[in-house]
Write a protein that binds this ligand. Sequence first.
Ligand code: COA
Length: 220
Amino acid sequence: MAGLDELLLPMTAYDRLRFGGPTSRERWVDRMRAEYLTPVPPDLPLRTERLVLRPWQPGDEAAFAEAWADEDYASLLLTRTMNAAEVADMVRRRMDPGDGRFVGLVVEHDGEPVGDTILILQGTGLSEGEIGWTMIPRHAGRGFATEAANAVLQMGFEHYGLRRIVANLDARNDRSAALCERLGMRREVHRLGDFWSKGRWTDSYEYALLRDEWLATRGR
Ligand SMILES: CC(C)(COP(=O)(O)OP(=O)(O)OC[C@H]1O[C@@H](n2cnc3c(N)ncnc32)[C@H](O)[C@@H]1OP(=O)(O)O)[C@@H](O)C(=O)NCCC(=O)NCCS
């Protein structure tokens, strides 16, 4: 009982001085929790039949700047347009692996960036993921987004062991919704007027896929 009390004691800087460190709570609760919640990065790059999905690298802004500056392209994104300096800043941020919960990858075809994907680990015990995607317009319509997203789903379910992966999108984003459907994701939520985008409130959809469903479609 005394041991349990010690673990549950809120440890402050003053407690650390009193008991010396690391305290029982730090050793048996905080450290283990941090270890459990620090994801192990996958082996990169991911490879598919036509694509390579790799971490962001210096110079990537050149391939993405034009698309991100385009009002049409960004109109249905959940973020706004970005100028060249902002895109360069985004590339710098995405190159930083941080705490491993944000996995941003550039999608390449024949050595050229054609788009990007993200997977954000979240939820209880980091057991849920949110997936996202963009295709540089001249590379759209060739199934690259579908192929890349399938690789990210596989990484999420098989490498990170996620239980559920969701996608959130502007309800007017037909191409993104069609992509979710092609991936076998289910539209679970239609939120009305919940999202403030470029000067107006819009509806949004949440699509989801469970690991068991994904494995079942692959006969596993
Ligand atoms: C959302 C987005 C990534 C979808 O891209 P996309 O090009 O429609 O998707 P894909 O690359 O999978 O291509 C699918 C199309 O290629 C065709 N295709 C050709 N070869 C294919 C193949 N081998 N496999 C699958 N589809 C193929 C499909 O039939 C489909 O055609 P359709 O649009 O006429 O039905 C893209 O519209 C985009 O980047 N939008 C702007 C950014 C954005 O809104 N991102 C999402 C925020 S939530």
